[in-house]
Design a protein around this ligand. Structure first.
Ligand SMILES: Nc1nc2c(ncn2[C@@H]2O[C@H](COP(=O)(O)OP(=O)(O)OP(=O)(O)O)[C@@H](O)[C@H]2O)c(=O)[nH]1
Ligand SMILES: [Mg+2]
Length: 599
């Protein structure tokens, strides 16, 4: 059977996973019962479904007119760009999706650049042409210019374009002539990507991805470049550093729909999953036993950010979680290192604290959120960017930042970014909105999203990605407002919350358990303020405390985990438990805080 391996790449939210749904719907299956159903099928883990974003890339295969098409759905968020780069090694071609309204965005440039550099031919899909005020033709032109900029070859520049709406299940070669099917896209895939010519030679497969199963252990995933792979076959594993190890393959699987189908042997060119190999890493090659001939290895992203993880030592320790000790957390982090490639963990001089390094707030928060769901309790410190010394100069990571917001707010955005040592590089009006581009230190981006969302009533859309290291840009002021800190352990009382409402915004509701040193709100002034909200009203004239219910208390401001991480200051932690996210001072007692400030 002919095979095509196609990676679907794009900026975050441009509609990749939605398009893959429709491809699964249209593809032929031998048995209808095996057809995966539902929406955003590839976003199969809980966190992905909840957030509506793809976190890890996944494979699915469909058959169209007798050709097997392996589709690789990739994540669009910049923190996961390294993963996209890796899985592109399995692809024979890419489908680049671009939103017909937004046009090419920073991550479009990044993933397209990587695909072109690997010599992959693209098909462009201008998606979401159903959106009001979209400009499909302009977007097409911009994509062409972008490819030109990225040094695409003549052959790559000669790309076909499909226009349509993945959501409404159609593609066409002209956006003014809607169809009722995405068949035109499948036809384009078959005609634009000829069957890959498999080279002569012995076994070669680059391990580009991995999976984990508690039954069989680590599973190696990649495309069989040439030669044979069979179950129970002895092979040489050629490691990243050039060393060679003898191994034996156990079982071999290929993809059928979203399932893995056990097979005796793999057709060269197909994507397969292999069990039985111990101690392999991404970038290792599976080779012939007699004459091993490894493929070039692939680079793995360096981390750009770190966070301090520690056991929960708040007064609520162990009340809400199942796994709370330093051994639990240490083992969990070790397990994560097996499959989370861009992650690093460094021990500190304390047995219950670890420095965890990752690609960004999103990358690390996904780990924290996953641990929390599994029943872990932990505390996390303020995200720190990694400062490097280059040629004797202190350097810091810089990012390109794009903010899209209503034009009336553009001044606010420019002000905020400038205060954070960012520089505007471009500004383009789009209808009544403005797209502004900046170059800004990564440090400056932390907390910016919260600020802009508040300042624009939720209208600002912000994306950023790491570019390079540049000389340190100087101090960036932290959060302007101080914290409201609880004075005592107890339960928050409506009466007291009501009395303190003018002091700031609360993060807690009445009747919540709180402790001394917990950050329960934001002060409207710059300094921290210790308040007591566990006081009850004096019941002098025998009024029942039940009347408390009548006081009107503004609903608390609730944060997501990422918002918490971006909100806290250096002297604060986020306490994460399966039930709650709390912000607290590192030093819970006021005396200790004062003392630490003196030192
Ligand atoms: N209007 C419109 N919305 C669409 C279309 N295609 C997808 N969407 C919506 O865009 C949002 C994002 O879609 P996804 O398919 O999750 O996007 P994605 O590219 O997979 O996103 P990431 O994996 O997080 O990078 C969803 O709310 C979709 O319903 C379209 O053709 N038109
Ligand atoms: Mg997706």
């Amino acid at each position: 059977m002919e095979i095509r391996n196609i990676a679907i790449i794009a900026h975050v939210d441009h509609g990749k996973t939605t398009l893959v749904d429709k491809m699964i719907e249209l593809g032929e299956v031998k048995d209808e019962r095996n057809r995966p159903k539902g929406e955003l099928i590839m976003d199969s883990n809980d966190l992905e479904r909840e957030r509506g974003i793809t976190i890890t890339s996944k494979n699915v295969s469909v058959t169209y007119k007798g050709t097997k098409i392996n589709i690789i759905d990739t994540p669009g968020h910049a923190d996961f760009g390294g993963e996209v780069e890796r899985v592109l090694n399995m692809a024979d071609g890419v489908c680049l999706l671009v939103d017909a309204f937004e046009g090419p965005m920073p991550q479009t440039r990044f993933v397209l650049g990587k695909a072109l550099a690997l010599g992959l031919k693209p098909i462009v899909v201008v998606n979401k042409v159903d959106k009001d005020n979209c400009t499909p033709d302009e977007v097409h032109e911009k994509v062409f210019d972008l490819m030109f900029d990225l040094d695409a070859t003549e052959e790559q520049l000669d790309f076909p374009t499909a226009y349509g709406s993945a959501k409404n299940n159609w593609m066409s070669d002209d956006w003014k002539k809607p169809t009722t099917t995405i068949e035109p896209l499948f036809e384009m895939i078959l005609s634009h990507f000829p069957p890959k010519v498999i080279q002569e030679g012995n076994t070669q497969m680059l391990i580009t991805s991995l999976d984990f199963s508690s039954f069989v252990g680590r599973i190696a995933i990649g495309r069989l470049h040439r030669g044979v792979i069979k179950s129970n076959m002895p092979i040489i594993l050629s490691k990243r550093d050039g060393s060679k190890e003898k191994h034996k393959i156990k079982d071999v699987f290929v993809y059928e729909g979203t399932n893995r189908l056990k097979v005796d042997s793999v057709q060269p060119g197909d994507i397969c999953a292999i069990t039985g190999l111990e101690g392999f890493e991404i970038g290792d090659s599976i080779c012939d036993v007699e004459n091993p001939d490894p493929l070039p290895t692939i680079s793995i992203d360096e981390p750009t950010m770190s966070m301090m993880f520690s056991i929960n030592d708040s007064p609520f320790f162990g009340k809400e979680g199942k796994f709370v000790t330093s051994r639990h957390i240490s083992e969990r982090l070790d397990k994560e290192l097996e499959k989370n490639l861009a992650l690093r963990v460094a021990k500190t001089d304390k047995a219950d604290k670890w420095l965890v390094f990752g690609r960004g707030v999103m990358h690390l928060s996904v780990l924290i959120e996953t641990m929390r769901r599994e029943g872990y309790e932990l505390q996390v410190g303020q995200p720190q960017v990694l400062i490097k010394e280059i040629d004797g100069k202190k350097c810091e990571p810089m990012e390109e930042l794009t903010i899209d917001l209503p034009e009336v707010h553009s001044g606010t955005a420019v002000d905020a970014v400038t205060k954070r040592k960012g520089e505007m590089t471009n500004m383009v009006p789009k209808g009544d909105r403005m797209t502004i581009e900046f170059s800004i230190p990564s440090r400056g981006i932390i907390g910016l999203r919260n600020y802009l969302l508040t300042a624009t009533a939720g209208e600002a859309i912000m994306t950023h990605r790491f570019v390079d290291y540049q000389p340190y840009k100087g101090d960036i002021p932290g959060r302007l407002n101080g914290s409201l800190i609880s004075m005592e352990l107890g339960t928050s009382i409506p009466f007291s919350l009501n009395n303190l409402q003018e002091r700031g915004t609360f993060f807690i509701s009445p009747g919540e358990s709180i402790y001394e040193g917990q950050v329960i709100g934001e002060n409207s002034r710059a300094s921290d303020l210790v308040v007591n909200v566990t006081k009850t009203k004096q019941l002098t004239n025998m009024r029942k405390s039940g009347t408390d219910a009548k006081v009107r208390i503004i609903p608390p401001r609730l944060f997501s985990l990422e918002e918490c991480l971006e909100y806290i200051q250096r002297d604060e932690y986020v306490e994460v438990t399966p039930q709650k996210l709390r912000i607290r001072k590192v030093y819970l007692k006021e005396m200790d805080r004062k003392r630490s400030q003196k030192n």
